[in-house]
Ligand binder design. Structure first.
Ligand code: NAD
Length: 322
């Protein structure tokens, strides 16, 4: 029997990493999942627990604990190590600790011979995506952040509560920073192909009371609601990561709102930010450039400024590759 094994490593075996492994395993996405964590004992226990799911799943996935030095033949590395923001703070507060975590780790994975795709969940995800791109030296299409994929799912879920349709029948995106400066691209939200603005204006009795500002605010705050309620948000992001990983492994060319390192798209360069992109076997196959209206362009520019300021707060990163 021929065929290359599909292998993924997950770095950080906490809530997000373990939930991602669980989702990948239940979707029979790959042949091997290697967990790499800070505590060997805990990581081995996570791997052992997950390996017991195999008897109940559709196909065999080997789950084991490993090291950064064993990443050489991985197709995909999912980065989930890091902490969560505290109440009253922001995801941007995590930047210094994320840099401390990944400063040496990325080099060690690259030294092991890794030549696949990085998928980043660690917050602040847009800046960590940029950081991983810089530190790894990989082409920009092979470093993908989960970006605003989870925020987009939250938007669709909220809209589906107002319009009686399945969230999957709502099309649209949250773009920009996975953080406070994100924004909904309302000009491109459609339901079954029909613009949301038409639906609202044609049915004032049914939908006239929908407040787009309120939906946008609740979309932005959903992560905080969950974090303050239970200490971590992990099932939704794990599903988002698994969906992106599936599009890579199966070359599905699905479009998702991910953090991509831009090179002129949307008039921005040398920055990681949430934009819709086609995801396939080679990573980001193309960034989809939506025609934003004037207000949306301003919001995109503001989000870029927030991210750029954070990138510039790490002078060490600026020097990489110079
Ligand atoms: P957690 O505390 O449950 O797990 C974090 C894990 O990272 C722990 O197992 C810890 O041991 C590990 N870790 C920390 N430093 C490490 C190091 N130097 N080497 C190896 N492992 C290390 O946290 P969580 O809830 O799983 O969140 C993980 C990350 O995912 C955080 O940065 C969080 O903000 C982020 N997150 C992102 C999104 C998103 O949409 N991108 C959503 C939710 C969470």
């Amino acid at each position: 029997m021929a065929g290359k094994l599909r292998k993924a490593a997950i770095i950080g075996a906490g809530y997000v990493g373990a939930s991602c492994a669980y989702a990948m395993l239940n979707q029979s996405l790959c042949d091997e999942i290697m967990l790499v964590g800070r505590s060997d004992k805990r990581t081995r226990a996570q791997a052992q627990d997950l390996s017991h799911c195999v008897d109940f799943s559709h196909s065999r996935t080997q789950v084991y604990a490993g090291t950064l030095e064993q990443c050489g033949d991985m197709d995909l590395i999912v980065l989930c190590a890091g902490g969560n923001p505290v109440e009253g703070g922001s995801r941007l507060d995590l930047l210094d600790s994320a840099y401390e975590i990944y400063r040496d780790m990325i080099g060690r994975m690259m030294a092991s011979g890794f030549d696949g795709i990085f998928l980043v969940a660690t917050n602040p995800v847009d800046i960590v995506t940029y950081m991983v791109w810089k530190l790894s030296g990989l082409p920009r299409e092979r470093v993908i952040g989960s970006g605003t994929s989870i925020d987009t799912a939250r938007l669709k879920t909220l809209l589906s509560e107002h319009l009686p349709v399945d969230p999957r029948s709502v099309q649209g995106y949250v773009m920009g920073e996975h953080g406070e400066s994100q924004f909904v691209v309302w000009s491109h939200v459609t339901v079954g192909g029909k613009p949301l603005s038409d639906i609202i204006s044609q049915h004032p009795q049914r939908f006239g009371n929908i407040s787009l500002d309120d939906i946008e605010r609740r979309t932005r705050n959903a992560g905080w609601d969950i974090l303050l309620g239970k200490g971590s948000t992990h099932y939704g992001i794990a599903a988002a990561l698994t969906s992106i990983a599936r599009s890579i492994f199966n070359n599905d060319c699905r479009i998702a709102a991910v953090s991509a390192v831009l090179d002129g798209e949307y008039g921005a360069k040398d920055i990681g930010i949430g934009v819709p992109a086609i995801i396939g076997r080679s990573g980001i196959q193309e960034v989809l450039e939506l025609r934003l209206n004037d207000a949306e362009q301003l919001r995109f520019a503001h989000s870029c400024a927030v991210i750029r300021e954070a990138i510039q707060s790490l002078p060490e990163l600026q020097a990489v590759g110079d």
